[in-house]
Design a binder for this molecule. Structure first.
Ligand SMILES: NC(=O)c1ccc[n+]([C@@H]2O[C@H](COP(=O)([O-])OP(=O)(O)OC[C@H]3O[C@@H](n4cnc5c(N)ncnc54)[C@H](OP(=O)(O)O)[C@@H]3O)[C@@H](O)[C@H]2O)c1
Length: 187
């Protein structure tokens, strides 16, 4: 079975975007490209990704100026599932598949498409939570930026028990990898 990981940057107070879906707090942060849990190394092991529609629309809005060599504005060359209840426009030249409803079905489709590689939940937090609810989320990797926002899009709005596997520093970020143990059942 592939490993399904929620790999994301977050603020110290647990937000992955501000209330207006801005990541302006994230981009100025110092990061070592080949440092701990770096994106290139992580992404090399990924065969399929899934994201919610807000993230999809954010990526599209911010990639418009970057047309890839395939002629597409889409940054991923691997199959991508976008969860939405709406009729969203597909991206020309990209393997983007829209889905709605229980994530277990999407998980099976992703695992088949990934050809032995692992799976990435790009975000947002509730979508990662839906996979955790179904017992399908294996790991969480967080890049914690030295920032608080006070409000915004939550990192992972669930009660979950995690086990710390590795932690360290990459530039301005504290980076940690956790195994998902299961529902947090504290009194
Ligand atoms: N810090 C980082 O590294 C990082 C990483 C990823 C994302 N982000 C940002 O964080 C924000 C996340 O936004 P978000 O919290 O709104 O989450 P999201 O997961 O991107 O989008 C949520 C939307 O996806 C659709 N959806 C989710 N699950 C579904 C299901 N099972 N079936 C059908 N539709 C489903 C629903 O919209 P509809 O049905 O109305 O389409 C829902 O409102 C974005 O601004 C994104 O850019 C930051």
């Amino acid at each position: 079975m592939p490993t399904l990981t929620y790999y994301t940057a977050t603020t110290l107070d647990g937000f992955i975007a501000d209330p207006e879906d801005s990541l302006a707090w994230l981009f100025p942060q110092e990061q070592e490209r080949d440092g701990l849990f770096n994106y290139d190394e992580f992404f090399a092991g990924i065969g399929a990704v899934v994201m919610g529609s807000t993230t999809y629309e954010w990526v599209l809005d911010h990639q418009r100026e970057m047309v890839t060599e395939t002629g597409s504005v889409w940054p991923y060359r691997i199959p991508t599932w976008v969860m939405t209840s709406r009729d969203l426009a597909p991206v020309a030249g990209a393997d983007v598949r829209f889905a709605a409803g229980p994530v277990a079905t999407v998980y099976d489709e992703m695992a088949a498409a990934a050809e032995g590689k692992d799976l990435w939940v790009v975000g947002g937090g509730d979508l990662a939570g839906q996979f955790a609810d179904a017992g399908l989320l294996d790991e969480v990797i967080t890049y914690v930026a030295p920032v608080t926002l006070g409000s915004g899009r939550p990192l992972l709005p669930r009660r979950l028990a995690l086990r710390l596997l590795e932690t360290g520093r990459n530039g301005a970020f504290v980076c940690s990898r956790y195994a998902v143990v299961g529902p947090g059942e504290w009194a």
